[in-house]
Design a protein around this ligand. Structure first.
Ligand SMILES: Cc1cc2nc3c(=O)[nH]c(=O)nc-3n(C[C@H](O)[C@H](O)[C@H](O)COP(=O)(O)OP(=O)(O)OC[C@H]3O[C@@H](n4cnc5c(N)ncnc54)[C@H](O)[C@@H]3O)c2cc1C
Length: 398
């Protein structure tokens, strides 16, 4: 029989650990957080104007943060996939969505296909310096006339007819994150337009080759700290050794890459939502109206309850899906659900946080409006909400 002493009080202040994270993950989290707060967060405002500088890559490379889940033989830390989630979550604390995205494009979007499909030479030439932070990578899928419909891309790679064994690449890519600063691009091309999904090939292309043209830096609603490029490829000649993975398998390679990208994007969105929630909570306890803190109005209390529930549901989806992915499953449906749900709730939370801040939420100096502008991208990039819904719907045979 329970005695009074056995009655458990709710521990709202608990750390809220999760079974996917060990003590080592928590120690890693502490060290990334200390770095982010001390060395990145103070620059968030400045980087809105200038985009974040390349030293961020070099410094993170020195600290070992760019290859947390990459093999030690390439300079990585040899950690499990959850270490990447820790990184994505902690980078959100810098409050510079553009910086976090630029780093994630490098670590979690462009490195994985090089590691998975690259030759040993490609890994030595690009993966090793990328993990060290001395070379920067970008990923080129989207084109002016093809985004969601990846199969409609027009960039062509044609085997040269001069016996050199080279390929000649022509086309254009747009909205490419890190496109202006990158040393190399993982480029999605068509090598056989008649072969449908079997006609795509990835190339690993140095960005200083003749014919690679970095056109204008694109202006955006948010993510101002990131560099977003329109690129042109004008008779760019690459050797056959620049093929990444198998000729004709590029479509499948990139669809595989997108799964990891979506999961990391979802983790980052949840963390950014949590951060703006916490900031808004402090504000609601301080800001007074009609003689009391605005957080003490029931309507505001319920807004926080709704936001917290949304964040927690998205977080659990991300963690459980990451666990399944890390344990050998390929849960495309659940990754799509996690990406869709996390992106949506993050935008809803940021919007509600603007509302709770009132006029201050609309002012740049509080930085709340920036969270909304930055997070708005998550419903578009790496597959729009509509594309996620279609993947989920089709997974039921519809
Ligand atoms: C800031 C930023 C950074 C980016 N970084 C990169 C990058 O580094 N590399 C890269 O390759 N790309 C990048 N992208 C591109 C991004 O992935 C695409 O914008 C996205 O996939 C959508 O493609 P789209 O813009 O061509 O839109 P479209 O495909 O033209 O879609 C327009 C609208 O139609 C809807 N739609 C399309 N197809 C369907 C369908 N079948 N059913 C229902 N609705 C549909 C879409 O959901 C959307 O609402 C970036 C984009 C932005 C804005």
């Amino acid at each position: 029989m329970a005695t009074t002493g056995d009655v458990r009080k709710p521990d709202h202040g608990a750390r809220r650990g999760h079974f996917i994270f060990t003590e080592e993950h928590e120690a890693l989290r502490e060290s990334i957080r200390a770095f982010v707060i001390k060395e990145l967060a103070p620059h968030a405002e400045e980087w809105e104007e200038t985009t974040f500088p390349d030293w961020v890559f070099r410094r993170m490379g020195e600290l070992g943060f760019l290859g947390l889940d990459k093999p030690e033989r390439y300079g990585g830390q040899g950690g499990d996939p959850f270490t990447s989630i820790v990184l994505a979550e902690e980078l959100a604390r810098a409050r510079s969505g553009g910086m976090a995205m630029g780093v994630a494009v490098h670590t979690d979007m462009t490195m994985p296909p090089i590691l998975a499909f690259g030759t040993e030479e490609q890994k030595q030439e690009w993966l090793v310096p990328a993990i060290a932070g001395t070379k920067i990578l970008c990923l080129g899928i989207t084109e002016p006339d093809a985004g969601s419909d990846v199969a409609a891309i027009k960039t062509r790679a044609v085997a040269a007819d001069d016996g050199s064994g080279e390929y000649v690449i022509n086309g254009s890519k747009t909205y490419i994150t890190n496109g202006h600063r990158a040393d190399a691009i993982v480029l999605v091309t068509k090598t056989d337009p008649e072969a449908g999904h079997d006609g795509f090939t990835l190339f690993l292309v140095p960005m200083d080759l003749p014919g690679v043209i970095r056109e204008q830096r694109l202006e955006k609603l948010g993510m101002h700290a990131s560099d977003t490029a329109l690129l042109a490829f004008d008779d760019v000649r690459v050797p056959a050794s620049a093929v990444l993975g198998e000729v004709g398998r590029g479509f499948y390679h990139i669809m595989w890459e997108l799964q990891g990208e979506r999961l990391i994007g979802a983790a980052g969105a949840v963390a950014a939502a949590q951060d703006v929630f916490e900031r808004t909570l402090s504000y609601a306890l301080e800001r007074k109206a009609f003689g009391r803190p605005i957080g003490h109005f029931q309507v505001t209390r319920h807004k926080f309850a709704e936001m917290a529930t949304k964040i927690e549901s998205a977080r659990q989806m991300v963690y459980t899906t990451a666990w399944r992915h890390a344990n050998g499953e390929y849960p495309v449906r659940e990754i799509s659900m996690a990406k869709l749900h996390a992106s949506r709730i993050a935008v809803e939370v940021a919007d509600e946080c603007i509302q709770i801040h009132g006029g201050a939420g609309y002012m740049k100096e509080y930085g709340i409006e920036r969270v909304w502008r930055d997070l708005r991208l998550n419903r578009i990039g790496a597959g729009t909400d509509e594309v996620m819904l279609d993947v989920i719907g089709r997974s039921y045979g519809l």
